[in-house]
Design a protein around this ligand. Structure first.
Ligand SMILES: Nc1nc2c(ncn2[C@@H]2O[C@H](COP(=O)(O)OP(=O)(O)OP(=O)(O)O)[C@@H](O)[C@H]2O)c(=O)[nH]1
Length: 618
């Protein structure tokens, strides 16, 4: 069953978790604030309006710092927990867990000291709240936030801007739609000039979430009363006004006991000619109960939206954590594992580029299908096999003794010379594919999201991949040049054997053995040699057009796919723990963001657990 305790206690616990994890609203945070989504009661009032007296009266204890000037300089989140009648009263601060204060004079001192710890002795104000829990049989379950009193002037020793700063801070609390405003005004002052009511009117014009409290009823001039205010005629609010009679300064000086003061207050209303008809709805005890009930109903109404805020935030934070990557492990083994995982992630993307799925691999086929054939076609065989050159080469090869039947040496020299030209396109194909691969490495590095976190490793992987590509290129070049050299080292005999018939078939009468004798050193003879060499070279060109791509794929593309980072892996295996963690050097901004996200996530999960642990009455 839901009890009041469980609901208010729930919010108390979530509030404490918020403060521990640095969420106390205030808007300068990149995250949505859970604190701001929680219902709370903020106490506002001008200086000396009786704010501290009301709080102490609700608690039934003297425990707030007193003094001149602005005493409350940090929000005080006062969480009241009702305990069994027999149990001892004690207080506990969130910043001093496990220390129970039973002496309330020490509580007062600790509030002062803790205020100074954050604000320094400079009397500045700070939005970081102090959390104080009071466990007592004399309280109702309630959480109140005491804020610095609204003031018009700073006293000596306090900074100039403090007046404005206080108003800004108070405003950030009371502006929130989840904030119940406890607006304290003294009865011996015109309600129209009350600082609390002025602010409440601005942020809550309908008066839905404002509770008006009128103090110092006993200090009104004789013959006047506050019925116009208390009965809602002077300033109308949705909730009834509550009148209060606190201890006077004289009572305080005499150390009048709080419990005695409460009794005196009850008597005051019961016997007052003006207010006795309202007596059951006046006084600090009634105010405490009223607020407790109201806070409980507000919390009950807000729970579903708080739950959905929590769930939504958890989802968002988890997906951001996934994007940022989980924190890195500290031991070398786990680091090596992480590095290998990252390498694999890169390698996967690189392969997708080659195999399709991601663009770019098709450009390799473009090299084989366009660039290589075009380069082969452009080779200067016409010049090399011009009549003039054929004659020169053949004659030079013959030397002083011209060839008798066929110019064997001349053929060989012409063919060798022509085949040499193939080196150029072969090497160019290797380079072209190399550049495509390099570009794919660059792209893949950029597309590996997981690597973005680790700029050092990212650069190392890119360097290792490029180095490997260079090695593959060297190997590939050697192979294609070898293919070309192989063509010159042994000529296809069949081709030459078939020559006469082929020429015959072509219907050239000069190609017959007898005719060739008569034309041995004539132009036709050399032209024929040229054309024979040209057909042979054409045949080789067709072969190389097929074998160069095979060699390139074998030496570069396949290697890149299978063992781009193999060498890098070997080096990794030899690295010391320190070198491994250097590779996982993260961008500090990213680390910071992850830490914040993790903290937030912890908060929201804790809050979700809190809510889950309370069983709801339906
Ligand atoms: N007689 C009488 N005196 C009151 C009442 N309420 C407050 N006082 C006196 O008014 C003075 C100021 O009260 P505080 O409770 O300190 O007021 P505050 O708003 O907390 O003041 P600051 O913290 O200084 O802004 C004290 O001397 C109280 O004794 C009241 O209802 N009746």
């Amino acid at each position: 069953m839901t009890t009041m305790e469980s609901l208010i206690g729930l919010v108390n616990r979530i509030q404490r978790a918020c403060t521990v994890l640095g969420d106390y609203g205030g808007g300068d945070n990149a995250f949505s604030s859970l604190w701001e989504a929680l219902p709370s009661v903020a106490v506002v009032g001008g200086q000396s309006s009786g704010k501290s007296s009301v709080l102490e009266s609700i608690v039934g204890r003297d425990f707030l710092p007193r003094g001149s000037g602005i005493v409350t300089r940090r929000p005080l989140v006062l969480q009241l927990h009702k305990t069994d009648q027999s149990s001892q009263e004690y207080a506990e601060f969130l910043h001093l867990p496990k220390r129970r204060f039973t002496d309330f004079a020490m509580v007062r001192k600790e509030i002062q000291d803790e205020t100074d710890r954050i604000t320094g002795k400079t009397k500045q104000i700070s939005p970081v709240p102090i959390h104080l829990s009071i466990y007592s049989p004399n309280v109702v379950n309630l959480t109140l936030i005491d804020l610095p009193g609204l003031t018009k002037v700073a006293v000596e020793g306090q900074p100039e801007g403090i007046v404005q700063d206080i108003e800004t801070m108070v405003r950030t609390y009371v502006e929130k739609p989840n904030c119940v405003i406890l607006a304290i005004s003294p009865a011996n002052q015109d309600i129209a000039t009350s600082d609390a009511i002025k602010l409440a009117r601005e942020v809550d014009p309908s008066g839905d979430r404002t509770f008006g409290v009128l103090t110092k009823l006993d200090l009104m001039d004789k013959g006047t009363n506050a019925l116009d205010v208390l009965e809602g005629r002077s300033y109308r609010l949705q909730h009834p006004w509550v009148g209060i009679v606190n201890r006077s300064q004289a009572d305080i000086n005499k150390n009048v006991d709080m419990i005695v003061a409460r009794r005196k207050e009850r008597e005051y209303f019961a016997t007052s000619p003006d207010y006795s008809h309202l007596a059951s709805k006046m006084g600090s005890e009634y105010l405490a109960k009223l607020l407790s009930q109201h806070l409980e109903s507000v919390i009950r109404a807000r729970i579903p939206s708080i739950t959905s805020l929590i769930n939504k935030s958890i989802d968002e934070l988890e997906s951001e954590m996934d994007y940022l990557g989980r924190p890195i492990a500290l031991d070398a083994g786990a680091q090596l594992y992480t590095i290998l995982e990252l390498c694999r992630a890169f390698d996967r993307i690189f392969k997708e580029h080659l195999d399709g799925g991601r663009p770019g691999g098709d450009r390799i086929y473009g090299v084989f299908d366009n660039q290589l054939p075009a380069a082969l076609r452009k080779l200067p065989f016409d010049r090399h096999l011009s009549l003039q050159n054929v004659r020169r080469v053949v004659s030079e090869a013959d030397g002083y003794q011209p060839h008798l039947i066929a110019p064997e040496q001349g053929y060989r020299r012409l063919i060798e010379g022509a085949l040499n030209y193939f080196r150029g396109p072969a090497e160019a194909s290797v380079d072209a594919v190399h550049f495509v691969l390099k570009e794919l490495v660059r792209k893949s590095v950029g597309e590996t999201q997981e690597l973005k976190r680790f700029p050092t490793l990212q650069a190392e992987i890119a360097a290792a991949a490029n180095e490997a590509l260079e090695r593959f290129r060297d190997e590939s070049k050697k192979t294609v040049v070898r293919l070309v050299d192989m063509e010159s080292s042994y000529l296809t005999v069949d081709f030459f054997r078939r020559l006469p018939q082929e020429v015959d078939k072509a219907g050239n009468p000069a190609a017959t053995a007898t005719a060739s004798n008569t034309d041995r050193y004539g132009e036709g003879h050399f032209r024929r040699i040229g054309s024979n060499v040209s057909s042979y070279v054409g045949m080789v060109s067709e072969t190389l057009k097929n074998t160069i791509p095979k060699a390139v794929v074998y030496c570069q593309v396949k290697e890149a796919k299978q063992s781009l980072l193999n060498h890098f892996y070997t080096l990794l295996g030899k690295k010391e723990a320190k070198q491994l963690s250097q590779l996982l050097d993260e961008d500090p901004a990213l680390m910071e963001r992850r830490q914040q996200c993790a903290k937030r996530l912890e908060l929201y999960k804790a809050a979700r657990d809190e809510i889950d642990s309370v069983s709801w009455a339906r």
